[in-house]
Design a protein around this ligand. Sequence first.
Ligand SMILES: [Zn+2]
Ligand SMILES: [Zn+2]
Length: 350
Amino acid sequence: MKTKAYGAHASNKPLEAMDIERRQPGSHDVQIDIAYCGVCHSDLHTVRSEWAGTLYPCVPGHEIVGHVSAVGSEVTGFKVGDTVGVGCLVDSCQHCASCGEGLEQFCENGFTGTYNGKTPDAPGHTLGGYSQQIVVSDRFVLKIRHPEEQLAAVAPLLCAGITTYSPLRHWGAGPGKKVGIVGIGGLGHMGIKLAHAMGAHTVAFTTSESKRQDALDLGADEVVISKDPDDMARHAGSFDFILNTVAASHDLDAYTRLLKRDGTLCLVGVPEHAHPSPNVGTLIFGRRSIAGSLIGGIAETQEMLDFCAEHGIVADIEMIPAQKIDQAYDRMQRSDVRYRFVIDNASLAA
Ligand SMILES: [Zn+2]
Ligand SMILES: [Zn+2]
């Protein structure tokens, strides 16, 4: 089945309209008419081959929402017309220990990413959500319970939402806990909303005084200007957990010092240039940890979507047609978006 898409033929070429092939739905497949697709920093890094290993043509997009347009004969959980989502994963081995625990993102045999992942389907690698339709195994399709008018703003939950929800849950963000969120961008703005909804005392860290009011509006109880040493020092030894969404290389000690005994600083961004080595003494004297976290499994992604529907949480978005994607990437690199671009996939018909 041919479908219209937007992607790149090489790392140095702009994205352009293209026709791609989707497989006919198999017995366990769900075919989705994509309504909207969020734009993640990973899309930009992959399509421009900044992480190496990009296969072309490259069609990015792993924050996918839309409606079921066909189901295979064995599919029982979805029917035509259902509102659904697809995140960063479209397959995994289903038999390793991590898959057995519902942690497909840590599949020991390698998960299949929604784009740039190995697949028997043409052209040999997966093609993502900057397209009119996608066909996905029913195990990797999520139910969306938000009102239909919020659908575009739900899309970023599929990557930015789960990337922040999973560590907040894993490290017990909730009432009585003091939780920091570093960086107020696509990930961080979701982290603030989620930590606040979980009932944690939520502190936003930003380098920019101009984002103070935004952070408060997103649900932060306090805002700390991370460039102000006095402001930082006031919070020394007080945090249970800090979620650091900043991928650029920076001094991690500034945050480990703010942790209580047994507190954890969790990183979710991979820096292009390594962070300076953290001070080991700060970790030892206080049994503090530096940890990492990767998106979330399918069960937890569903839990996150349900939590967000129940609490009325969506991303703050700016909608664009697919034709504006390169300009959107340039603006993302300047952090000039509040806080996530979402493609209106109806624009692909043009
Ligand atoms: Zn992403
Ligand atoms: Zn596995």
